[in-house]
Design a protein around this ligand. Structure first.
Ligand code: TXA
Ligand code: MG
Length: 319
């Protein structure tokens, strides 16, 4: 099997209805989608991705009305956040409705629900009579895909179809907020900034992005890793940079070849940088380098989501 890339919604719909799993675009990253209510379809997501069963999936729906059908109740802060930011890069962790399979939630009584802001996928969801479970469409632990071709490069032999919605506008995964406790807690920094959430909640939400609890979202320490080792600036003196790449904002360290330099713009929201981040990381990883030297982003806006992923990519590094 080699995945076809296309924009045929009828074909995508038919494949999903038959229980297949396919690539779909979202504004954040591409997803590997299947019928969230069909356990066989859901288990094929885990096998295609080689994802451990303890890592729960996000369920995608087209509207707040649909979202409410899949949780037991919608707390006021979640409703406010959804009204402000949906469709958009926000995943709400909510008490799950009984019909959501435990396979989707890794045995938990909560479910991650999100309304993706991509016209093609919203249209697809509107045409389906079930929600879509979809993790990022990359092999477990690797860099997330932001184009249909990225998905094909890695999973193309395991899935029949990738719905092409162009390059992802946001470029990093959704921000995950847990609404099951007394007050909202951010479990993953992502495409919706803390500044934006603060405006809606009236205060900065608590951030609890631990890396050691394997049940926490995308939060295994070595997530988002390219194959080449990643080190964060500064590099130790004497490091051979002749086959190194640079991913950052300012000047690369002396010795890095200009062809292996990827610079992201510094802006107030850091949105432009987030959009480029995974693509650049992938380009450098494809360049057969011995090392990727990365410069942390300013600690604001989507810069925090970039830094979170950089730290995890670097954590694996034995360099
Ligand atoms: O932007 C995104 O969120 C993308 C697109 C495709 O929507 N999806 C995505 O999915 O990033 P994934 O599976 O790569 O990461 C979702 C994370 C998982 O690591 C999982 O642990 C967490 O969400 N998650 C899902 N349900 C959860 C729950 N009930 N409680 C805590 N964390 C949960
Ligand atoms: Mg992922």
């Amino acid at each position: 099997m080699v995945a076809e890339i296309g924009t045929d919604l009828a074909k995508a719909k038919q494949l999903l209805e038959s229980g297949a799993c396919i690539g779909i675009p979202t504004e954040t990253v591409y997803g590997l989608a299947a019928n969230a209510l069909n356990e066989e379809a859901v288990s094929s997501i885990f096998s295609v991705k080689e994802r451990p069963a303890f890592d729960p999936l996000i369920v995608h729906v087209a509207s707040v009305t649909e979202l409410e059908k899949h949780c037991r109740f919608l707390p006021q802060p979640a409703r406010k956040a959804l009204e402000a930011f949906s469709p958009g890069p926000l995943t709400c962790i909510l008490p799950k409705a009984d019909h959501i399979p435990y396979l989707v939630t890794s045995g938990m009584d909560s479910v991650g629900l999100r309304i993706p802001a991509h016209p093609l996928t919203l249209e697809l969801l509107n045409q389906l009579n079930f929600p879509l479970a979809a993790p990022s469409a990359n092999p477990f632990g690797y860099v997330s895909p932001t184009t249909a071709q990225h998905v094909k490069d890695q999973l193309g032999e395991r899935i029949p179809y990738i719905l092409d919605g162009g390059p992802c506008r946001v470029g990093v995964e959704s921000t995950i907020v847990d609404f099951t406790g007394k007050s909202p807690v951010v479990l993953r920094l992502g495409g919706l900034s803390l500044e934006d959430l603060e405006e809606v909640f009236g205060e900065r939400p608590e951030v609890r992005v631990s890396s050691s609890r394997p049940t926490a979202p995308g939060m295994l320490e070595t997530h988002y890793s390219p194959h080449a080792p990643v080190v964060i600036l500064p590099v130790s003196a004497g490091t051979d940079l002749s086959r190194a790449g640079f991913l950052g904002f300012g000047e690369p360290p002396a010795g890095v070849h200009p062809a292996n330099v990827r610079r992201m713009p510094v802006t107030t929201s850091m949105e432009e940088a987030a959009q480029l981040f995974f693509r650049y990381l992938r380009e450098l990883d494809d360049a057969d380098l011995s090392l990727i030297v990365a410069e942390p982003a300013p600690d604001r806006g989507l810069g925090r989501a970039i830094n979170d992923r950089l730290m995890r990519a670097a954590a694996r590094s034995t360099y």
